[in-house]
Design a protein. Structure first.
Ligand code: PMP
Length: 455
């Protein structure tokens, strides 16, 4: 029998209070650093997101190596957050750390291409399958630049995204879909927004081909910018056949298909598109692409490259609005070269998937044994525990089943037992350095959590 009665709110609140107390008692050094940082940082952290964790004071990191992180109090954690994917190949992968160290003594940034640029371009084309490339510092930057190019070369004003998307700090994409009217609305949490979003961005539900076709039909959409699977609003995989049909619709309506693979690089070597033989017009990756050093890339077809060249040549001289001064600096190129050679490999993914297989199996076995109506959704080395009885189909599905208090409790309970999950959702990512002992630690802590909940 499925045990789908909710955990009583009082029981959850009592457990959360107990776990907060436990965290404070066991983290005096983090507690002291948090107090000092309050004086000079907004919200006591150098980036305010660093407070978006369920622990009562910020966890300060002393060091991170492989699949583990050590906090200021000397506790070691099995890290399944991995910097929200920036460290997907493990913290400080030796090949990348060495390449950065060697380059660091020979120039950090010159606003000229490093001599290894030719080799890196060849490696990008070989690994990700598109012939032409540009770099950016972050995935947010890359997405902003790609949307600018897409509008410039198509002459169309609109972009299309899926409901529940996240593509970084990109105004055009920080929108939601009004469920009543289907209209594009500003995401209410976004600060300082002034754009008239609905004039330039359309939003449709993921996995909905009819809505996609309708949004493309008037020929005003420059680009569909999408993750191959939603990963930032719960993990929502594409339905079988969705992408083949969506790609054909984009082609038919002259809309560029841009795949943002910043997270779905976890699908397999070269990312989801490569693994599933999709043919995007443009392709974006950041975060782990250079092993965790700030760097992002976008690739495109020869046809798109020719159109970009024409657009640039037709524009007056001056600022293009694309690029930043430190982009493609020598350190980034050194890290990218090492990452392409040593991280984006079959060996890495074999190790990542071995750990992910064990974790998925362990979680499912526990859910089945206890009759819990929850789901584990997997995308290569990434998976998510979802408090719902079926794999979600779109963002609304995820919204309907959200249990934020339960999720926050899981995170804090595991953190107190030396396991780090990605905040904001139940995502777990396995690196090549994630071993049996890390997986066992997570599963043991999960057992203890279920017992504490009375499940
Ligand atoms: N694209 C996707 C799919 C992402 O998940 C993110 C970050 N979560 C970004 C872009 C933005 O990355 P960054 O914050 O490194 O710019």
């Amino acid at each position: 029998p499925l045990r789908d009665e909710p955990v009583p709110a009082e029981r959850l609140a009592a457990l959360q209070a107990q776990e907060r107390e436990r965290f404070l008692t066991t983290h005096p050094a983090s507690h002291a650093l948090a107090a000092r940082c309050q004086h000079h940082y907004l919200f006591g952290v150098p980036l305010h997101w660093m407070r978006d964790w369920p622990n009562p004071v910020t966890l300060f990191v002393r060091s991170a190596q492989g699949a583990e992180l050590t906090c200021a109090d000397g506790h070691r954690y099995a890290d399944f957050c991995l910097g929200d994917t920036g460290a997907m190949f493990g913290h400080s992968p030796p090949a990348v750390a060495q390449a950065i160290a060697a380059q660091a003594a020979q120039g950090l940034t010159c606003m000229l291409p490093d001599a290894r640029a030719a080799r890196v371009g060849e490696a990008l084309a070989e690994r990700f399958g598109l012939p032409c490339w540009q770099l950016a510092m972050t995935a947010s930057d890359a997405n902003r630049f790609v949307l600018r190019w897409a509008r410039a070369i198509t002459g169309r004003p609109q972009v299309l995204v899926f409901d529940g998307c996240y593509h970084g700090a990109v105004d055009d994409t920080l929108v939601d879909r009004d469920p009543a009217t289907g209209a594009t609305v500003r995401r209410r949490s976004v600060l300082g927004g002034v754009h008239d979003h609905h004039a330039y961005t359309r939003v449709v539900p993921f996995n909905d081909l009819a809505a996609l076709e309708q949004a493309l039909a008037d020929g005003q959409v420059a680009a569909l910018l999408a993750e191959p699977a939603l990963t930032n609003f719960g993990l929502v995989p594409p339905q079988p056949g969705f992408w083949a049909a969506a790609q054909a619709l984009c082609r038919r309506h002259g809309t560029l298909l841009v795949l943002d693979e910043t997270h779905t690089l976890s699908s397999g070597v070269g990312g989801y598109a490569r693994t599933h033989r999709l043919q995007p017009d443009l392709w974006v990756a950041g975060k782990a692409v250079a092993g965790g050093l700030p760097c992002a890339v976008y690739g495109f077809t020869a046809d798109v490259a020719a159109r970009m060249r024409r657009a640039k040549e037709a524009a007056p001289d001056g600022h293009s609005g694309i690029g930043t001064t430190l982009t493609a600096n020598a350190l980034a190129l050194a890290a990218l070269e090492a990452a392409l050679a040593y991280l984006h490999t079959d060996d890495s993914y074999t190790a990542m998937n071995r750990a992910a297989d064990a974790l998925e199996h362990g979680l499912l076995e526990r859910l089945h044994r206890r009759g819990l109506p929850w789901t584990v959704t997997r995308l290569g080395a990434r998976m998510e525990l979802q408090f719902m009885p079926h794999t979600p189909r779109n963002a609304d599905d995820v919204r309907r089943h959200a249990q934020p208090a339960l999720e926050a409790n899981l995170h804090l309970f595991l953190l107190n037992r030396g396991v780090l999950l990605t905040p904001f959702h139940g995502m777990m990512l396995c690196s090549p350095a994630t071993g049996e002992a890390h997986v066992a630690r997570l599963l043991d802590a999960f057992d203890a959590w279920l017992a504490a909940l009375g499940r």
